[in-house]
Design a protein. Structure first.
Length: 538
């Protein structure tokens, strides 16, 4: 079946799959294997001559009638022929295709065709084989857990004679916030590997003495990606999650074999980074994988199957909002920001319940008129002052403080309509994770005229400074200075340049403000400054 034959979850598809009799489904399976597996493979996951027809959340065929239409008419311009079948044959294939789709999403499953696996440790697991080779087995258990097994672990594989029963999409093993805060050896459960942002791995198999002997183990190509990837792979329980814009893949980290794939079409008429097709990864909690879309939606997918569980709109993309970065898990909340920091948005950061997607709080990085901080804006730019939250922050569970970096003010290079410091742009804000209330802030570049976002990782470190142990927040900023702050109260402890030809400021004063040098503001004729618009860190 052809290039566009992909299928969406719908009540219609689920009902058709669950009502089809076992005999009819067996007929459909035989017809499918005879006519369709050459292109789409036995399990519907795609082959050398045709795309996947199972596991794809979006489709031009969202009902049995649409599937039948595609079977009978084909897609000639995509290489799929029309099939001249009897009504009984076509209906049987359509029912079986919809069942394949249902299996991928943990909806009612025909246990007569499921598998029983006996393990050497004495366990018996019932479920569906998603992928199998001579060496390994991917089994989606009836409890909703995805089991990644080696053949050495398996004693026997057999068909189960048990009757049909519904899988529970919310059952099975899930990752807790404790596992995110204290990950197991080898896990990478959040964007920076851990909540502190230091991206440190305690694994020691790769060392200076053997790094020159590294060689590829496997490679997975994300089809259709137009530009380089910017995401960080997340690894939990042996499953690796990778993204590009509006799509996520779950891979077996041992082999790179695909487990599931979620995608939706790219949005049209977007502005800025979102239009360029950037996505920096996912967050994981419980049985959910969370990702943002290019048009500023936040999604929850089932961790074992890729099934869409909820979809909330964070902002209106028609107002130039988008979203590009990995969310952050804080206890039972999903914290996510938006892009659009050069396109006139009003920046904000929001937190949502992981279970339902309900918004719990929102912090505006640009205060409304009359609110504290609005006095730092003089002119008409306040309502569209930017300060986007496009980069993932960090969290201190002991201090219960969430740290998030903010983007530049706008218009980027003309400050005539935004005189003043322009809070809370080009800053790091420390928030109460339960309410989103501001606890403290530090502005790295007041009244920024160079597009110097503060959107670098606010790394959390416990270390001595000035002769006493402190809880620190450190950042190499885009403006060329390296900062050390007390992360409990925002006090500046140290600021030093880390680029050699820094021209815009001679230093950072005791009051925490840059000591500006003349001749470094943008002009119509142009001005030579360092760092450039790309920044000293980016």
């Amino acid at each position: 079946m052809g290039q566009s034959l992909t299928f969406v979850f719908s009540c219609c598809a689920i009902l058709l799959a669950s009502r089809a009799s076992g005999q009819a489904l067996e007929t459909g399976k035989r017809q499918y294997e005879a006519r369709c597996t050459g292109c789409h493979s036995e399990d519907g996951r795609g082959g050398g001559h045709g795309p996947a027809i199972a596991g794809i959340p979006r489709s031009r065929a969202d009902s049995k009638a649409a599937v039948l239409d595609l079977i009978r008419q084909g897609i000639p311009d995509r290489g799929m022929p029309a099939f001249r079948l009897s009504g009984e044959e076509a209906n049987a294939i359509a029912d079986y295709v919809l069942l394949l789709k249902g299996r991928t999403a943990a909806v009612p499953v025909d246990r007569a065709s499921s598998t029983t696996v006996q393990l050497r440790d004495g366990r018996t697991i019932h479920g569906l084989v998603k992928n199998e080779s001579n060496f390994d087995l991917q089994l989606l258990g009836d409890d909703g857990t995805l089991y990644l097994l080696t053949k050495e672990q398996v004693v026997e594989i057999a068909r189960s004679p048990s009757p049909t029963r519904e899988q529970q999409a919310e059952a099975g093993k899930g990752i807790s916030f404790e596992q995110i805060a204290h990950p197991e050896l080898g896990a990478w459960p959040t964007y920076d590997g851990n909540l502190s942002g230091n991206r440190f791995s305690p694994l020691d198999q790769i060392q200076a003495s053997n790094v020159n002997r590294l060689a590829p183990k496997w490679m997975f190509t994300l089809p259709g990606v137009r530009r380089s990837l910017q995401g960080t792979p997340i690894v939990v329980d042996g499953v690796m999650y990778v993204t590009s814009v509006n799509e996520a893949y779950a891979l077996d980290a041992r082999s790179g074999r695909e487990i599931w794939h979620y995608s939706r079409p790219r949005s049209q008429h977007l502005a800025g980074d979102a239009a360029g097709g950037i996505n920096r990864g996912v967050a994981v909690l419980g049985n959910r994988v969370f990702m943002v879309t290019d048009n500023a939606h936040l999604l929850a997918l089932h961790r074992s199957t890729g099934q869409l569980l909820w979809d909330v709109r964070m902002a209106d993309s028609a107002e130039n909002y988008g979203s590009t970065s990995a969310p952050l898990i804080v206890h039972d909340l999903v914290v996510a920001g938006t892009s659009g920091g050069d396109e006139g948005v009003r920046g904000f950061l929001s937190a949502y319940k992981a279970s339902t997607g309900e918004r719990v709080w929102r912090f505006w990085t640009i205060p409304a008129r009359g609110e504290p901080g609005s006095e730092t804006w003089s002119g008409r730019a306040l309502e569209h002052g930017c300060g986007s939250t496009w980069f993932t922050g960090t969290y201190d569970p002991q201090a219960r403080l969430l740290y998030w970096p903010t983007g530049n003010p706008c218009p980027d290079y003309n400050g005539d309509e935004r005189k003043g410091d322009n809070l809370y742009t080009a800053s790091v804000v420390a928030l109460d994770p339960d309410s989103g209330q501001l606890k403290w802030h530090y502005q790295f570049t007041p009244h920024d005229l160079h597009d110097w976002d503060a959107s670098q990782t606010p790394m959390l470190v416990d270390a001595p400074i000035h002769g006493k142990p402190r809880k620190l927040l450190i950042e190499g900023n885009r403006n060329g200075f390296f900062y050390v702050l007390d992360r409990l109260n925002g006090q500046l402890l140290l600021a030093r340049p880390f680029v050699k030809k820094l021209t815009w400021a001679s230093g950072i004063g005791a009051d925490g403000r840059p000591q500006l040098l003349a001749g470094n503001e943008p002009t119509v004729e142009g001005q030579l400054t360092c760092p450039s618009v790309a920044g000293a860190a980016n």
